[in-house]
Ligand binder design. Structure first.
Ligand SMILES: [Zn+2]
Length: 102
């Protein structure tokens, strides 16, 4: 019987580490998959990212500061300094009803 080569042994160890990692992260990976998050994997880390963050852009009105020159919160971004480009303008201002239409 021939002894396994060093390369074969390394490949087996890497495969074993991947399998252990996949099992360790299985539950959070499933949650992330349901949430449609991006998952980046290595054998020892899994990184999750919500792609909806791509829709956030700095507010041009207040230069992403969240405040107007007067010191009041920016009305465009509601003081956050960023705007979600996927939100419609009407949904950005629920605190300012348009005048009685339901
Ligand atoms: Zn703003």
């Amino acid at each position: 019987m021939r002894a396994p080569s060093l390369m074969w042994l390394r490949m087996r160890i890497v495969a074993l580490l991947w399998r252990v990692g996949e099992e360790a992260f299985a539950e959070i990976d499933a949650f992330a998959w349901v949430q449609r998050w991006e998952i980046r994997r290595t054998w020892h880390t899994h990184t999750y990212r919500d792609p909806r963050f791509d829709a956030l852009t700095p507010c041009r009105v207040c230069s992403a500061k969240g405040r107007c020159p007067t010191g009041l919160p920016c009305r465009r971004c509601r003081g956050t300094g960023r705007v979600n480009v996927l939100e419609t303008p009407a949904s950005r201002r629920p605190e300012h009803p348009s005048g009685g239409r339901a």
